[in-house]
Design a protein around this ligand. Structure first.
Ligand SMILES: Nc1ncnc2c1ncn2[C@@H]1O[C@H](COP(=O)(O)OP(=O)(O)OP(=O)(O)O)[C@@H](O)[C@H]1O
Ligand SMILES: [Mg+2]
Length: 294
């Protein structure tokens, strides 16, 4: 979830318990960030890449968490990222989303947007959505309200004191509800959903903002086998319409979403150790070695 969304959610919760304060709280909170950057244009993918990282380095107190990382993702691709604990997978997402600044290297969104020149909320607004491992939906709000909230914090939508969904937004909300399998639970408080349903709701909240690139960090951790299988189906429906980068340790899930031909990138010690179809990387001696330990 984006920092803006969390902030707006906190405001929405206040509003929920004190309806009289709705206008004041929400418009007051949002005004500060509205209009700070221009509405983003399309991402230029003429070079066939929506994301491009070259020779990226980050050290924490001398420890090289990211060490000469090169990686690119094609538009509409579903890229799987695997690797042992501490390989730098989450740190890579922190760099792409502006949470962590690299010490050196290049990070581009499409061929023209230098992400190192943008801060975290700007990067979210440019069309990069991120899902952290823990679901961060607003438990007291309904499924509908959570999705509506995601639209309200979308800065491409014109701010107003009273928020009404226009028909295109209603259509989008209905489509997202179907995509995340929560149409039957639209009026349920999010706190009553299962862990898996909360994860889908949060993905739905990201989808409401129509991200071009979605970064998902361990999306099926803690899910039941059935929820994991449904999440794999969900990601396969998103592929093509969005570009996705999925970090996961669950190899059954990786198998389901990568299929025989999808590209799997293995990170180890802050750089790419191997890359290719799952069968190929799993048979790679170096990959076996980092997973088994030396
Ligand atoms: N802000 C930070 N300060 C200091 N060290 C950090 C920081 N962020 C990450 N690290 C270190 O960088 C290394 C890479 O961490 P990261 O969280 O990116 O690994 P990961 O591949 O996501 O691992 P996991 O599979 O366990 O989630 C780890 O050794 C971690 O302790
Ligand atoms: Mg991690």
């Amino acid at each position: 979830m984006t920092p803006d969304l969390m902030e707006a959610g906190a405001q929405r919760l206040e509003a929920h318990t004190a309806r009289a304060e709705v206008g004041k709280t929400e418009s007051g909170g949002r005004a500060a960030t509205y209009g700070r950057i221009a509405t983003p244009g399309e991402v230029d993918v003429t070079h066939g890449r929506i994301l491009y990282l070259e020779d990226v380095h980050v050290s924490f107190d001398g420890f090289k968490a990211i060490n000469g990382l090169n990686l690119d993702i094609a538009p509409g691709e579903l890229r799987c990222i695997i690797g042992p604990n501490g390989a730098g997978k989450t740190t890579m997402m922190d760099i792409i989303t502006g949470k962590t600044r690299p010490d050196s290297g290049t990070v581009f969104f499409g061929s023209t947007i230098d992400l190192l020149r943008h801060n975290e909320p700007e990067i979210a607004q440019l069309g990069i959505g991120r899902k952290f491992q823990k679901p961060t939906v607003f438990e007291q709000l309904t499924v509908f309200e959570n999705l509506e909230l995601a639209l309200k914090t979308d800065k491409r939508v014109r701010p107003s004191m009273v928020f009404h969904l226009d028909s295109a937004q209603q259509d989008r909300l209905a489509e997202v509800l179907r995509t995340i399998h929560l149409a039957e639970h639209v009026e349920r408080p999010a706190g009553l959903l299962s862990h898996g349903q909360k994860q889908w709701l949060e993905i739905g909240m990201l989808l409401m903002q129509e991200p071009k690139l979605l970064l998902l960090d361990e999306p099926v951790a803690g899910m039941t086998d059935e929820e994991t299988a449904r999440t794999a189906e969900l990601f396969l429906t998103l592929k093509g319409r969005h570009s996705l980068m999925v970090v996961e340790h669950d190899m059954h899930f990786i198998r389901a979403i990568a299929g025989d031909t999808g590209t799997v990138t293995v990170l180890a010690e802050g750089s790419v150790l191997a890359q290719g179809p799952l069968d190929t990387v799993q048979a790679d001696e170096r990959v076996i070695e980092v997973y088994l330990g030396r």
